[in-house]
Design a protein around this ligand. Structure first.
Ligand SMILES: Cc1ncc(COP(=O)(O)O)c(C=O)c1O
Length: 449
């Protein structure tokens, strides 16, 4: 901002200081309305958060009931019914072997907790020499220092690099760009697994704490699922070396891909699983770390406490909201709708963009779908990043009353653009058709801008 520019009419340090954001005043179902009365279809659930849409009456009722009883009790003095009931519910539906829950207020905090719990676990077990964390490039695990360190978004890490703990990164599963022209999917997956093995060998398996990965990569690559067999092989390698597998299901978990946990579709169970976003559906900030019995036992039989807690850990209102969200999802069989409407969305995206000259790839799982934009489909050449095409798509979509979640830097952190779609689980086929129509117009307007 130059000296002759007027001061902004806000005291909020917004995400983008120069941008003027519409003021959201109400929401209902898949819609958010701004103060001018304009309605936006929330086809991204914000950032894959609003799984039940907005103002769901059953969730609001559960929150009001909790507020009428108790708004807050610090966890160093009390537990609450809300925190206990939610933990019971999460464990009852978690992959076998995960049996305790540590509460936080969001995704970054869940990853921080995972890293520290993994380290403390090995200290308690008498393996303090374990200190390395391996993660993947082109991943996003959050913005706090630990989460940023394991994350692989280069542009976001760069200026903070001197503050970050040492981490090691291997290639993500990114079939569209990573698989060789004559390579089978199986061979591609095996190559990635060998790369991880080589990294472990370089560091010494006995020195590695954990491997961290998003089961389905969300915001950084735009809804990229793993190739078959990849996570099963990763699980086996981790087991061989006693390394913990931390799956980040902050975005792809809690039903988003059609099963409650994305790892169910891979047939693997992590040692630590980070969840957030769809856990509370945006009704309250809440995240959680779900942990394997052995990790809990190591602490219980050792020092007796996880050396890590926040003031708002296990906030009763957040737990009550999250429990209500999870109960509605089950009662209304919304995961079936995620699978059905996810298939419909994928089909409609293929119909509209399958032959689009500037759409190189359409991918995803359930109601987490992505489009990768390219300047040339044959060579997969991305657009010039100076065009900020992803930002233009977002702008054109918002003009048309549509929220989608585009991002740049898809290819390697600098070049590439993609659009992420993560609509609420309550969406209908007709509403998806409207989303795809509006998105088609927005993409056409953006590439021709
Ligand atoms: C996979 C993943 N992990 C972690 C985070 C960080 O979550 P939060 O923004 O709630 O801190 C995100 C947020 O987008 C995410 O997508």
């Amino acid at each position: 901002m130059t000296a002759d520019q007027p001061e902004p009419d806000t005291h909020v340090l917004h995400r983008s200081i120069a941008h003027r954001y519409p003021v959201a005043v109400s929401g209902e179902g898949i819609l958010i309305r701004d103060e001018t009365g304009k309605a936006y279809i929330d086809a991204s659930g914000g950032a894959a958060v609003s799984c039940l849409g907005h103002s769901h009456p059953d969730v609001l009722a559960a929150m009001r009931a909790q507020l009428d009883r108790l708004e807050y009790a610090h966890t160093s003095f009390f537990t609450t019914r809300a925190a206990e009931d939610l933990a019971d519910d999460l464990v009852a539906h978690a992959p076998d072997g995960l049996d305790h829950v540590f509460y936080v207020s969001g995704g970054s905090e869940a990853i921080e907790a995972a890293l520290k719990l993994a380290r403390q676990y090995f200290v308690e077990r008498g393996e303090p020499h374990r200190r390395h964390v391996i993660a993947r490039r082109q991943s996003y695990h959050g913005v706090t220092l630990g989460a940023l360190a394991v994350g692989g978004r280069e542009w976001q890490r760069r200026q903070f690099a001197p503050l970050l703990i040492e981490t090691h990164h291997v290639s993500p599963v990114y079939e569209y760009r990573g698989r060789g022209p004559h390579e089978t999917v199986e061979a591609y997956g095996e190559r990635l697994v060998r790369e991880l093995e080589a990294k472990i060998a370089e560091l010494g398996g006995q020195n590695v704490i954990a491997f961290v990965a998003e089961t389905v990569v969300g915001a950084t690559l735009g809804a990229v699922p793993p190739v078959p067999g990849y996570f099963a092989a990763v699980r086996a390698i981790c087991d061989r070396h006693g390394i913990l597998l931390i799956l980040d299901e902050v975005m792809c978990g809690m039903g988003r891909t059609g099963t409650l946990h994305a790892c169910e579709q891979e047939g693997v169970c992590p040692d630590l699983m980070a969840i957030a976003k769809g856990l509370g559906g945006g009704y309250m900030p809440i995240g959680a770390l779900v942990l394997r019995k052995e990790i809990f036992r190591a602490l219980a039989d050792g020092s007796g406490a996880f050396q890590h807690s926040h003031t708002y850990t296990g906030h009763p209102l957040a737990c009550a909201a999250a429990l209500a969200v999870q109960r509605v999802i089950r009662r209304d069989d919304l995961l079936a709708n995620v699978r059905q409407q996810g298939a419909h969305l994928a089909r409609r995206l293929r119909e509209r963009f399958g032959n689009h000259p500037f759409v190189g790839d359409i991918r995803g799982r359930g109601l987490l779908q992505g489009l990768e934009l390219v300047a040339d489909r044959g060579s997969k050449e991305p657009f010039d990043p100076a065009r900020k095409l992803h930002a233009r798509v977002k702008h054109e979509a918002m003009m048309r009353g549509l929220m989608v979640y585009p991002m740049g830097g898809t290819v390697e952190g600098v070049r590439g653009d993609h659009i992420l779609l993560a609509p609420p689980f309550i969406i209908s086929s007709r509403e998806i058709d409207m989303v795809v129509d509006r998105l088609g117009d927005a993409v056409d307007a953006a590439v021709n801008y």
